[in-house]
Design a protein around this ligand. Structure first.
Ligand SMILES: C[S@@+](CC[C@H](N)C(=O)[O-])C[C@H]1O[C@@H](n2cnc3c(N)ncnc32)[C@H](O)[C@@H]1O
Length: 332
């Protein structure tokens, strides 16, 4: 069903989540998850594994939540890594759109529970229990500028004191094209007024929230630029499919949304999509810069109020010390 908007203001706010939630979207998320794994290495950083091991050694089963999990790819990778580390954890995936969840058989085989949850609905967080690790990846398209604080607070409310919060996001405003002079259609597509995605404030927002509410906070930077050729090609397919999802979402909502983007009508947007997809087939690569924020929830009554360590290097003594201190305080 298409929805028409009376004015630009209404058009700008046309959807809470602008990417697809159907079978094609599920396929793209599997692809994107593979690219991310290749870019980041293992999904659970060493500090998280150390935390989970310490809980296991006390005879407990650590609890891990993945919010905005989609088809649950991060959880499946986490399960494999945990098995290798000999950690038996409880894994729960949450998403607003259960249509994206994997089959019942797969959920059972991997012993992962999937449930519907909206990151913006506080009451839904009140009944899900507390977690040792909370993870979020690529959910910013579902969070408007005025929704960050409450969404973050909802997640914090279910993390145990001393528990770890990990949030990974793509920085749209820092994306780059391999050869901008050649790939004019992709460049034009990405210069459209996609502020409709409402996510340009991801970087300052997450840095501020982690600095304000968590301790031993770190931020790591990753990019698809350094991947081998095979994965660069997959990144091109990923971006081509994502562009199609965005264009289909905008087209479905009619000319008011398309005008907000800066084009005359749906036909013009569809024509630009075709040219853009051809650019991706011909060799254009749109590189994906991804940041990972991580921090420890303070024990009751503490307010860290420290800035995020932007120069985080997991191998540096400084970073290790601050994580070790936080985790030691939790366990003592
Ligand atoms: C780009 S996908 C990322 C999926 C998964 N985290 C991954 O990395 O493969 C964003 C996910 O957020 C979900 N989502 C969007 N709005 C949401 C909301 N308000 N609450 C919970 N999940 C939401 C979508 O359904 C989708 O599965």
């Amino acid at each position: 069903m298409s929805v028409e908007f009376r004015n630009e203001e209404e058009a700008k706010d046309y959807a809470n989540y602008t990417l697809g939630v159907d079978d094609d979207a599920q396929k793209r998320l599997v692809l994107q998850s593979g690219i991310t794994r290749e870019m980041m290495g293992v999904v659970l950083p060493p500090a998280v594994i150390a935390h989970l091991k310490a809980i296991s050694e006390k005879g407990e089963r650590p609890r891990i939540a993945d919010v905005g999990t989609g088809p649950g790819n991060w959880l499946f990778d986490a399960r494999a890594q945990l098995r290798e580390a000999g950690i038996s954890a409880i894994l729960d995936g949450y998403d607003l759109y259960p249509s994206l969840f994997p089959s019942e058989e797969k959920q059972k085989a991997e012993d992962i529970k999937f449930s519907e949850l909206n990151i913006h609905t506080r009451e839904q967080f009140e009944s899900i229990g507390k977690y040792d690790v909370m993870h979020i990846r690529y959910l910013s398209a579902g969070i408007g500028p005025e929704q960050w604080d409450a969404a973050f607070d909802n997640c914090l409310s279910v993390i145990k004191p001393g528990g770890i919060f990990v949030w990974e996001e793509l920085l749209l405003e820092k994306m780059s094209i391999n050869d901008p002079a050649t790939w004019k259609n992709v460049l034009r597509m990405f210069k459209l007024n996609w502020s409709i995605l409402r996510r340009n404030d991801v970087d300052p927002k997450l840095s501020a929230l982690f600095g304000e509410h968590l301790e031993a906070t770190t931020r790591e930077e990753f990019t698809t630029k350094n991947l081998p050729e095979k994965w660069q090609r997959m990144q091109a397919v990923n971006m081509s499919m994502a562009t199609k999802e965005l264009v289909e979402g905008a087209s479905k909502h009619g000319d008011a949304v398309v005008k907000h983007l800066g084009l005359e009508n749906v036909e013009e947007l569809q024509a630009l999509l075709k040219l853009t997809q051809q650019d991706f087939r011909d060799g254009c690569i749109l590189h994906m810069p991804v940041n990972r924020w991580m921090g420890v929830k303070p024990l009751a009554g503490e307010n860290p109020g420290r800035p995020v360590d932007d120069t985080y290097n997991p191998d540096s003594g400084k970073a290790k010390r601050s994580w070790v201190e936080s985790i030691r305080r939790l366990l003592c």
